[in-house]
Design a protein around this ligand. Structure first.
Ligand code: PLP
Length: 373
């Protein structure tokens, strides 16, 4: 069996162990501690725009706490991009609220602003004005933020920006995750940087950050005994894991550069094939977390995927849209057919920042061979 090539595997920079060692040496093994503070400071400095960051145990937990702080309750409606990973939508249902799924445009593959506005208008007539919008920057590609934020402002609906895949991506020079009322990040094992597992909630003022920390640490009132006047959660990042994050922050810029290089290399080597790549409109800068391609049919997509699998190379169809998921069968949708096409014809290629040129060439040669027969 040939050596396995992964879609996106963890890539340590080298200094992570130093921060984890410091935590051991000072016995800061418990949650909270200097690495958590340091990691949050690093992220705030990196994201700019004066944002406040709370480090949490996952990106999913961050979305949950954002929805809670926006006051989402049972039977409320939340508009969510259909073309995404289930973690974008699941926290809506944790609260007993109802998602409505919005299809994608083909310029960035993210939430279609026109469908979004149609949905808002229709739901207002329905006497069920949506309480929040969850947009996603798919595979690191910034959504149409100007258009979507303008609609959100017009109807006064708060926005949660799911930037789990988009740390380091920019829209008109500003970092993704800093546009919405809340932004969420993920440091899961396959993301552009990882803490093995973790996430963060980005907000715009210190009070909101403090509320996030309060809710993520069991909502303890100020008292010597354990007292609670609110339901809390156990979502805070641990000081050990945050040490890995601090090390990863030192190499984040290099990781973005390397992922973009992978993309450029694929694009150049595969330019003669009937393949289209995820477009990058001029106002956007994608971290190119994953290089994604569209083939001309489902059959071709499967031929390529299975040929790679046979050679021990991991590839993956694009996210299966939420409105096609069995668990969301009865959910209301605003569709245009784009996300279904993306799912049928699209494939994610190995994209890790630790891939060697030899590994990229192995992958490219298999794809080329599939098209020769
Ligand atoms: C990874 C991911 C999440 C969830 O992040 P976790 O840290 O794994 O909980 C949410 N949304 C999107 C789009 C993701 O890719």
């Amino acid at each position: 069996m040939k050596e396995k090539i992964w879609l996106s595997s963890p890539h340590m920079g080298g200094t992570e162990k130093k921060y984890v060692q410091e935590a051991f040496d000072s016995n800061w093994i418990a949650p909270l501690g200097p690495n958590v503070d340091g990691f949050e400071k690093d992220l705030e400095k990196y994201l700019k725009n004066d944002v406040k960051v709370a480090a949490l145990s996952s990106g999913t937990g961050a979305i949950h706490l954002a929805l809670i702080q926006l006051g989402i309750k049972a039977n409320d409606t939340v508009l969510c991009q259909s073309m995404t990973f289930s973690a974008s939508a699941n926290p809506i249902t944790y609260l007993g609220a109802n998602p409505i799924f919005i299809d994608s445009e083909m310029d960035t593959w993210n939430m279609d602003p026109e469908l979004l506005e149609n949905a808002i208008k229709a739901e207002i007539i329905n006497r069920h004005k949506p309480k929040a919008i969850i947009l996603v920057h798919l595979y690191g590609m910034p959504a149409k933020l100007d258009e979507i934020m303008a609609i959100a402002n017009k109807y006064s609906i708060p926005v949660i920006e799911d930037a789990a895949e988009a740390l380091g991506s920019k829209y008109k020079g500003h970092m993704c995750g800093t546009f919405g009322d809340f932004g969420i990040l993920s440091f899961n094992g396959n993301k552009i940087i990882t803490t093995s597992g973790g996430g963060a909630l980005v907000s715009h003022d210190q009070k909101t950050k403090e509320q996030t920390v309060f809710l993520s640490t069991q909502a303890r009132d100020q008292a010597p005994h354990y007292q609670h006047s609110k339901i809390g959660y156990n979502y805070r990042m641990s000081n050990i894991v945050a040490g890995i994050g601090r090390g990863q922050m030192e190499v984040l810029k290099e990781r973005v550069t390397q992922r973009r290089k992978n993309f450029a290399y694929y694009k150049k080597q595969l330019r003669d094939l009937p393949i289209t790549f995820h477009p990058e409109p001029k106002e956007t800068y994608s971290n190119r977390w994953l290089t994604t391609i569209l083939t001309e049919s489902y059959e071709t997509r499967e031929k390529v995927r299975l040929a790679l699998e046979k050679e021990n190379i991991e590839s993956r169809p694009l996210w299966k849209p939420m409105h096609l998921q069995p668990v969301f069968t009865n959910v209301k949708t605003y569709l245009n057919g784009h996300s279904e096409k993306l799912f049928e014809n699209g494939l994610c290629l190995p994209s890790g920042s630790n891939l060697t040129e030899y590994q990229l060439d192995r992958t490219i040669n298999i794809i080329k061979k599939t098209y020769q027969v």
